[in-house]
Design a binder for this molecule. Structure first.
Ligand code: COA
Ligand code: ZN
Length: 339
């Protein structure tokens, strides 16, 4: 019997069953998935705000992070300790990190491009270093102003510093699937950089589709290869919805065993050094889909939607979130009067 037929039967059989139960009811229809915990990692105040044209005031960033911290995330990427000339929107990284509430159970990570950024992060205390490098040489030159070998050497020193300070390290591999300047990235190229970072003791690797070039079949191949070679690593998938494949890619990753995702409130986001890059997959849309499928995201979807609505007001323009426009599946409309 289909899901909708089951709901109709339930509504008929139980007069007290209200429309507002549909969301929870559908989640409960897949008990086999309920045991699977998925970790949601918010990136809006880093990936989202870095590409904004108007500086988001420091106190607004802090207030947003404090609200988001209480909605169930596993990790929040608070900001980046990059050059303020390169990323002026996040020039207040220290002030933000110092002022946010550190909610128990949430890891507070930051993006770090070099040793200087690592020293700044240590001075204010972070739970993780999220280092960044591109699998594409051209994108690495555009983003980090150096070739990949130089980046790797520089990041190896950052990893040493992190280990001395007992800070876990994650490496985000940008343009893992495709590069807007050089095209599709081969699995062999990606695995080469995964091997190099696995060998220097990172805790986790984020495979990033920086400009939304991945498709679900490619995602499945990559996820299976990466996890089977390094099952001990913490794997995260980071998708952008540039070409409308974002949620399909996330689902392909879930089906390949991935249990961690970066996503951005309202779908805000984009790399200023990648032509045509637009928003990350939208957190509320990802959570809404996974909840309905019966996965355990631990997220409070209603609180998320409220945050997203207020973010729209904060940045002064509509966000790409379709869920914000349409509402959850339990938002029903008054039926037209019958003649
Ligand atoms: N934090 C603060 N300042 C930094 C810094 C950091 N992490 N890294 C470099 N700087 C400063 C230097 O002190 C120097 O300042 P000065 O001009 O006052 O002397 C200036 O930036 C240039 O330093 P340099 O080492 O020559 O860096 P660069 O100009 O080659 O830039 C990066 C290299 C990586 C630091 C810079 O391109 C960057 O921060 N990129 C961010 C990329 C990013 O976040 N992209 C989006 C996410 S994928
Ligand atoms: Zn991104």
């Amino acid at each position: 019997m289909g899901i909708f037929s089951e709901i109709l039967l339930k509504i008929e059989a139980d007069a007290s069953f209200r429309a507002s139960n549909i969301y929870t009811y559908m989640s409960s229809l897949h008990p086999y998935q309920n045991t699977k915990k998925l970790h949601i990692q918010e990136v809006v105040t880093r990936d989202g705000f870095q590409a904004e044209h108007v500086f988001v005031p420091t106190e607004e960033k802090i207030a947003l992070i404090n609200r988001l911290s209480r909605t169930g995330y596993a990790k929040v990427e608070v900001t980046s300790f990059t050059s303020p000339k390169a990323i002026p929107m996040l020039a207040d990284a220290e002030a933000v990190m110092k002022a946010i509430d550190r909610v128990l159970g949430v890891e507070y990570t930051v993006l770090i491009p070099n040793l200087k950024g690592a020293e700044r992060a240590i001075s204010v205390g972070v739970d993780e270093f999220n280092l960044v490098m591109s699998v594409s040489e051209a994108h690495n030159m555009a983003n980090l102003k150096m070739g990949r070998e130089n980046s790797f050497a520089a990041l190896s020193s950052v990893i040493d510093l992190a280990h001395q300070n007992k800070i876990p390290v994650n490496i985000s591999l940008s343009t893992s699937f495709g590069c807007p300047m050089t095209g599709i990235i081969s699995l062999a190229d990606l695995m080469h950089w995964i091997d190099r970072f696995a060998a220097v003791g990172v805790r986790g690797i984020t495979i990033c589709d920086t400009t939304g070039m991945a498709n679900p079949a490619q995602v499945q191949t990559v996820c299976e290869a990466a996890q089977s070679k390094y099952p001990q690593l913490q794997w995260t998938l980071h998708f952008h919805n540039t070409r409308g494949m974002g949620l399909a890619n996330a689902l392909a990753a879930v089906n390949s065993g991935i249990d961690r995702f970066d996503s951005s409130l309202g779908g805000l986001g984009g790399c200023p050094y990648a032509p045509g890059a637009t928003g990350n997959i939208c957190t509320e849309e990802l959570v809404h889909m996974l909840d309905l499928m019966g996965f355990n995201t631990n997220m409070n979807i209603d609180a998320l939607l409220a945050c997203s609505k207020d973010l729209q007001t904060l940045i002064g323009r509509p966000l790409p979130s379709q869920l914000l426009m349409a509402g959850k599946v339990d938002k029903l409309h008054v039926a037209p009067c019958q003649p």
